[in-house]
Design a protein around this ligand. Structure first.
Ligand code: PFF
Length: 452
């Protein structure tokens, strides 16, 4: 068997892990939640939630991944032989594949909108109603979204086929800086639009009265989703991290990058939304309807700049979605390679095909299958609700309980401090958070999903 690959540098580790973390959650959810729950006041709560709950879970996954040096199922089998923990590991192989099947549909939408932006179909000589109405017509059609979903999955498979160093690392090292550059370019554009200051006020004005129970729950849920916790991506990537790398530093680096990207995305989007006189919104409507309309409207005055900005915007969405999607596929690929002895090529193609097929249902659930509901939800919404509200927190709970209560303190310390050579003074605190606060935080996420 070939020796297991490793990420080549600390920058590579952080680029890949931040690549997984920075995704649609940062671009279409965070800016909205930020304004809704009190701007700068919410940032404080978000940072506290990240530090006290999300990061400890991130460390827990990192500990399991690097200590075992294998996939999520194998990791549990190796660290807790002869116990049922491995089945929990198996669950976290299935959940990222399930997420990928609908994430890829949205990734496909970004491919389609990128083509539209490139061919001046957003900012060129098109009518306003064409720009606004396009999204609903597009997603409810049959073949075009399937084609886009196929293209997106092909890109994901192409990168993962390259392996850790030549695929995931190489792509993330280029995509993440490019992504930052593109979003900063949009920030500059957005802030120079007349009327954009109202957007800044929306984002920044600290309003402590908005910090309700909802706000705390939103901060916790968002920190959780945004750091891609509980689905084995952190664990799997950590299994490719060299023994001498400092896990605490790469975890903090990832969380800081994730927050920076979320804030920058907020400054790119909300000022433009306010400048155009819109109510702030979130989700697909914001990204694929409101913003194209804004680019169209602004293009009356500055056609070239608006076209460039619209291309930059959809390229950003695509890059952010791709770096997240490859991490989801890698979880399953690592499993097939490590546990079943399958070649990377076969494993990647097999899983991509399965995910692609499941994605077809999600894609069609906006069109021909829109009448088919399970528990009152379309396939797409059902998968999203199942994964974000249940499978992700459940996986997070499994990982923290495993590290906090099953593994020995000495082993956890050994892994997080690299045999007592770093982070020694921090360890007690991190261990306490992993054992007590993180599980309580996850239970709070569950309860808020149930009752809020
Ligand atoms: N963290 C990603 C985001 O904020 O969009 C979402 C995500 C990525 C979820 C990878 C799950 C995952 F495995």
């Amino acid at each position: 068997m070939k020796p297991r690959e490793h990420f080549g540098s600390r920058f590579a580790v952080i680029a890949a892990m931040a690549g997984s973390a920075v995704g649609l959650g940062n671009i279409w959810r965070f800016p909205y939640i930020l304004g809704q729950y009190g701007g700068a006041a919410f940032v404080l709560v978000y940072i506290v939630a990240s530090l006290l709950v999300a990061l400890p879970i991130f460390f827990a996954e990192s500990v399991i991944g690097r200590r075992s040096g294998t996939d999520t199922f194998g990791a549990m089998k190796k660290l807790a032989p002869g116990t049922p923990w491995k089945w929990a590991g198996l669950l976290t192989i299935l959940s990222p594949l399930l997420i990928l099947s609908y994430y890829s549909v949205v990734g496909g939408w970004s491919v389609q909108f990128l083509f539209k932006a490139l061919s001046f179909n957003i900012t060129g000589d098109v009518s306003e109603s064409e720009v606004v109405g396009y999204f609903s017509r597009f997603i409810s059609s049959t073949w075009q979204p399937i084609l886009s979903h196929t293209l997106f999955m092909a890109m994901v498979a192409g990168i993962v086929l390259g392996g850790i160093k030549n695929g995931i690392e190489r792509f993330s090292k280029v995509a993440m800086p490019v992504l930052l550059g593109l979003i900063l370019f949009i920030v500059v554009y957005s802030l120079t639009l007349p009327g954009s200051m109202a957007g800044l006020r929306y984002l920044l004005k600290p309003d402590f009265s908005k910090l309700t129970a909802d706000a705390y729950a939103a901060a916790l849920g968002q920190a959780f989703f945004s750091l891609s916790l509980g689905v084995g991506t952190v664990l799997t990537y950590a299994s490719y991290v060299k023994k001498e790398e400092n896990l605490v530093v790469s975890g903090v680096g990832t969380a800081v990058s994730d927050l920076v990207f979320a804030l920058v995305a907020a400054f790119a989007i909300m000022p433009a939304v306010f400048a155009a006189g819109f109510e702030p919104g979130s989700g697909p409507g914001l990204v694929f309807q409101t913003l194209p309309y804004i680019f169209h409207k602004m293009s009356q005055g500055m056609p070239i700049v608006s076209t460039l900005v619209s291309v930059a915007f959809f390229l950003s969405i695509l890059a952010a979605a791709l770096t997240s999607a490859i991490s989801m596929l890698e979880v399953g690929v690592a499993y097939l390679v490590d546990q079943k002895g399958m070649g990377r090529r076969r494993a990647t193609l097999l899983l991509s095909l399965g995910v692609w097929l499941l994605g077809l249902l999600c894609s069609l659930s906006f069109g021909p299958l829109s009448g088919v509901k399970v528990l009152g939800l379309s396939f797409f919404d059902l998968q999203d609700a199942l994964c974000s509200n249940w499978l992700m927190p459940m996986g997070g709970l499994v990982f923290t309980l495993f590290v906090g209560w099953w593994m020995s303190r000495a082993d956890v310390r050994d892994e997080l401090t690299n045999g007592g050579t770093c982070n020694v003074r921090l360890f007690g605190l991190v261990y306490f958070l992993m054992r007590y606060l993180a599980p309580v935080g996850i239970v709070a996420v569950f309860l808020s999903n149930l009752f809020l």
